[in-house]
Design a protein around this ligand. Structure first.
Ligand SMILES: Nc1nc2ncn(CCNC(CO)CO)c2c(=O)[nH]1
Length: 295
């Protein structure tokens, strides 16, 4: 149903998890490709210290990942001594879950006590200046799926999460994006770090040339199949949000390009960039914690 789970059901899930971990995380991380959603070794989630890992199938009422290789587990632990919870493996609309179910973990992490959500994804680079392997800081999104009314907040609103009509004009926290650019300089990777507009299509097919040319015309810089609905859900319940896209392939915007987008290259680029992503996100966790401690 599009009604989604009740506040009480989500609170039960949160309490189930809180009873199994020691520190309350203040930052939640959704790991996309390259961050451990498709494989474990070397990914960010694997570098979380004092890790307590809870498989999605062991969490009552939690959905389970169906994408091959997606390791569905929550990883509680510390990054630079800061308590975090990472979603290793996310839920996508193309798997057959309604959007509210894809976003259920966001509300559960909110009820666990996070204040900030970091969302990572793999995406196709539509901006012609982007190269495979670039990291795009998400400045804003276009909710293509929402244009048809397909929205995680569809149906009755529960004020305990947030307002009926939440604003979306400041979805991607300005201060966090500023910090991210500073980190890019410190890590000497500012030549591969971009900032742009992301859009989410339902998938599972990749886009046609005509669709990509349309998206390019309306100012889209990267295209994926996630993130937007998770961010809408996060902003609805007043979480501060940072999101980044790992550009895993250049979008095919002309009819005479031979190559086609494929899942294998998405995984390969993820593996290639997992170290720098791990450093980037670890520093981000540290600096966001410092920023929020001083504010
Ligand atoms: N052109 C294009 N390139 C992309 N690279 C990664 N993704 C994100 C989708 N990733 C899927 C399939 O790899 C699995 O989550 C996309 C996409 O949606 N479109």
């Amino acid at each position: 149903t599009s009604k989604g789970y009740s506040y009480e059901t989500l609170l039960e899930i949160a309490n189930f998890l809180i009873s199994r971990v020691s520190d309350t995380p203040r930052i939640g991380i959704i790991c996309g490709s390259g961050m451990g959603s498709y494989w474990k070794e070397g990914s960010l989630a694997e570098t979380i210290s004092d890790a307590v890992k809870i498989s999605y199938e062991d969490i009552p009422n939690f959905p389970v990942s169906t994408v091959e290789g997606h390791h569905g587990q929550l990883v509680f632990g510390k990054i630079c001594g800061i308590p975090v919870v990472a979603m290793q493996g996310r839920f996508h609309y193309f798997e057959g879950y309604p959007l509210w179910k894809c976003c259920l973990p966001v509300r559960v992490m909110k009820l666990i006590g996070i204040k900030t959500l970091i969302v990572t994804n793999a995406a196709g680079g539509l901006n012609p200046n982007y190269k495979v392997g670039d990291i795009m800081i998400v400045k804003d999104h276009i909710n293509m799926m929402g244009f048809s009314g397909n929205n995680p907040l569809h149906g009755p609103n529960d004020e305990r999460f947030g307002p009926r009509f939440p604003p979306m004009s400041k979805a991607y926290n300005f201060e966090y994006r500023k910090i991210a650019k500073e980190i890019a300089k410190e890590l000497n990777i500012d030549d591969i770090v971009r900032e742009g507009v992301y859009t989410c299509l339902g998938g599972p097919n990749f886009e046609t040339v005509a669709e990509l040319n349309m998206l390019k015309m309306v100012g889209v810089d990267s295209v994926g199949m996630s993130t937007v609905h998770e961010v809408i859900t996060a902003r609805h319940c007043d979480l501060k949000v940072f999101a980044l896209s790992l550009i895993t392939n250049e979008c095919v915007t002309s009819y005479d390009i031979i190559g086609e987008a494929n899942h294998e290259e998405v995984l390969d680029v993820g593996r290639m960039r997992q170290d720098v992503l791990r450093q980037f996100v670890s520093k981000l966790v540290e600096r966001i914690t410092q920023l929020d401690a001083n504010s």
